[in-house]
Design a protein around this ligand. Structure first.
Ligand SMILES: Cc1cc2nc3c(=O)[nH]c(=O)nc-3n(C[C@H](O)[C@H](O)[C@H](O)COP(=O)(O)OP(=O)(O)OC[C@H]3O[C@@H](n4cnc5c(N)ncnc54)[C@H](O)[C@@H]3O)c2cc1C
Length: 453
């Protein structure tokens, strides 16, 4: 909680007419995200709650909330869908939780781009652009419950990254518009390289109200499951299928020990085979199937969106990325996970050595993607949790293998994936959040002494 006494009455007056709630149940729910994936984070974040939930409906109301928080020096934490994994929207110092989901309009769909408000659910945005024959370049596997602003402020890559790279890659995000948290807030628009000042800053340096994103012509992707006789061949297929002339939107390998968590798929993913989950362009299906067959791949599912829905099966992307961990946690809460980037060129033999090393302690799953113009391979292995010390021993071993570990057991930007303080983001925080009120505690690049009095 904040050190000074907050004038809640004054704040309420300044927010008159904007939807607010102090209901303890709503506040508790709005103060959590998916940090429960990490028992280490749960220990430090459980019980941290905001004191006032505010839900503006448009940018003008966001400006009023920002002005009031600045005037009364109230910490301000923005919440979209609340699906982040690192406690990104847990209000460490209490204060106001700004629920951004009221800003949910699509403002313009042009040829190759969309302008929208930041609180729209990604699934709704995708539906809107598909009505124009276009599609988003990428989305997290939480597409149906996460907001686009939350993805840009807290996410990294996702479904579609094998085709279009990561969020950070130039051109994918074209405009970020933010409201500053000052007594008289300003609206600032960032384009080109300046976008990186706010992307993945966890809502610490400006309230994103609008975004312009690049689009691609829509493809009716086929959701496919392939089974392989062993995980090595599934990985080798992943490497071979990472080619621009074989068009896919998702390419995920999941080893057989996950099969018991994917019961809904029945014999489509039995416990004696390793699986590939893919989204494939129908125009490239024959070549894709022929390549899979060379590695012993056998198809057990191939349906378009409508077919998947009619069969009441999960889309391929809900069997991938961090949904694999979620599926496991629904069965057994004792697991946790790691996020790894492999050294390139990717060598499946390294994974086989790691599987040997860890036995039943780790279950493996890999994502084939692209970043900075090159192919990349990520893993989100499931870890049978023993204790903190053991998790960090495993991390050190992956690092010794040449892997980069994005630590999902910490809540600051720098301790997780970024490793160093992004000075451009901190400089922009001086501009957009001069009193240091936004999502306090989430960046190590800021300290109380930097705040304007
Ligand atoms: C099952 C599962 C699968 C996932 N898969 C992926 C994946 O494939 N790729 C990936 O990158 N992530 C993934 N994630 C993490 C997360 O779901 C995504 O990053 C998601 O897009 C976050 O959106 P959200 O609306 O839930 O954001 P929230 O969790 O609400 O917020 C995330 C961060 O952004 C800030 N924020 C939110 N809105 C704004 C705004 N308007 N202005 C400024 N700051 C803001 C918040 O304060 C917080 O720090 C996954 C998580 C789960 C649980």
């Amino acid at each position: 909680m904040t050190a000074h006494r907050i004038d809640w009455e004054g704040l309420a007056g300044a927010l008159a007419g904007i939807e607010c709630s102090r209901d303890p149940g709503r506040l508790a729910a709005a103060s959590r995200d998916y940090y429960f994936y990490s028992p280490i984070l749960a220990e430090v974040l459980d019980g941290r709650v905001g004191e006032l939930l505010v839900r503006p409906r448009d940018e003008a109301e966001v400006v009023r909330v920002a002005a009031a928080c600045a005037r009364f020096r109230v910490p301000l934490t923005i919440r979209g869908g609340g699906t982040g994994n690192y406690g990104q929207c847990v209000p460490l110092e209490g204060g106001v939780i700004l629920d951004i989901t009221g800003l949910d309009r699509v403002l313009a769909v042009g040829a190759g781009s969309v302008l929208c408000e930041a609180g729209i659910l990604i699934a709704a945005l995708e539906r809107a652009v598909r009505a124009h024959g276009q599609a988003l370049l990428m989305y997290p596997s939480t597409r149906d419950i996460a907001t686009i602003g939350g993805f840009i402020a807290g996410g990294y890559a996702g479904v579609g990254s094998i085709r279009h790279g990561i969020l950070k890659d130039p051109g994918n995000v074209r405009l970020i518009r933010v409201v500053t948290v000052e007594e008289v807030p300003r609206v600032i628009e960032l384009r080109g390289a300046d976008i990186q000042k706010v992307h993945h800053a966890f809502g610490t340096n400006g309230i994103i109200t609008r975004l312009e994103l690049a689009l691609a012509p829509a493809v009716d992707w086929l959701h496919q499951i392939l089974l392989f006789p062993d995980y090595r061949r599934a990985l080798e297929f992943g490497v071979a299928a990472s080619r621009p002339d074989l068009d896919s939107f998702l390419l995920t390998t999941v080893e057989r020990r996950f099969a018991r968590f994917y019961g809904v798929l029945g014999e489509r993913f039995p416990a004696d085979r390793d699986a590939v989950f893919a989204m494939v362009n129908p125009a490239h299906l024959d070549a894709w199937r022929a390549l899979a067959a060379r590695f012993g791949g056998v198809e057990t599912l191939c349906l378009d969106d409508a077919g998947i829905r009619a069969a009441q099966l999960p889309p391929a992307f809900e069997c991938a990325y961090n949904h694999t961990t979620l599926m496991a946690l629904r069965h057994e809460r004792s697991f946790t996970y790691l996020q790894i980037a492999y050294p390139m060129p990717f060598d499946p033999a390294l994974v086989l050595r790691q599987m040997e090393r860890y036995g039943d302690e780790l279950h493996f799953h890999h994502e084939f993607a692209r970043q900075f113009g090159e192919y990349a391979v990520f893993a989100l292995p499931l870890v049978a949790y023993f204790d903190r010390e053991r998790v960090y021993e495993i991390i050190a071993e992956f690092e010794a293998d040449g892997c980069l570990v994005f630590d999902p057991h910490v809540y600051t930007i720098e301790d997780g994936g970024m490793k160093t303080i992004d000075t451009a983001q901190i400089e922009f925080k001086r501009v957009a959040d001069p009193h240091g009120l936004m999502n306090p505690g989430k960046t190590r690049g800021w300290n109380a002494a930097m705040a304007r009095a």
